[in-house]
Design a protein around this ligand. Sequence first.
Ligand code: ZN
Length: 151
Amino acid sequence: MQKGLGDLDELYQEVLLDHYRNPRNTGRLDDPASEVDAVNPFCGDEIHMQLGMDGDTLSRISVTGQGCSISQAAGSLLSELVEGKTSEEARELRELFRGMMMGEELSDDVADRLDDNLALQGVRRFPVRIKCALLSWSALIDALDKAATAE
Ligand code: ZN
């Protein structure tokens, strides 16, 4: 992913700004299967997440919060990526996302699956911000675990 990084950076920057300014899936759910709060004390980021489950499928998701642009854009990007996926798929995506943030080489297949979430890969050059990008993903795992034990 080293070639044309300048253009790519600009494109990714636009994606992140768009999600920060117009976050997706912020509507609160009336009857969530689970909900969790997550905090990143290093940056002061907060995420509140609700999941609606249809069997094992993540049918609805609500992500709200406050904090830095990376944490909030990451929550919005996550919500678009995992809605409609099974809990197993969502957990797989979390591993792929975390791998990307830890600097793993991305295959074309992984890049396809992460879709717009690739826009966050530039964050890995700023190690203190990686926690900001991962906050929503750890909230998601907590919420999925909660939903699973609630059944
Ligand atoms: Zn942050």
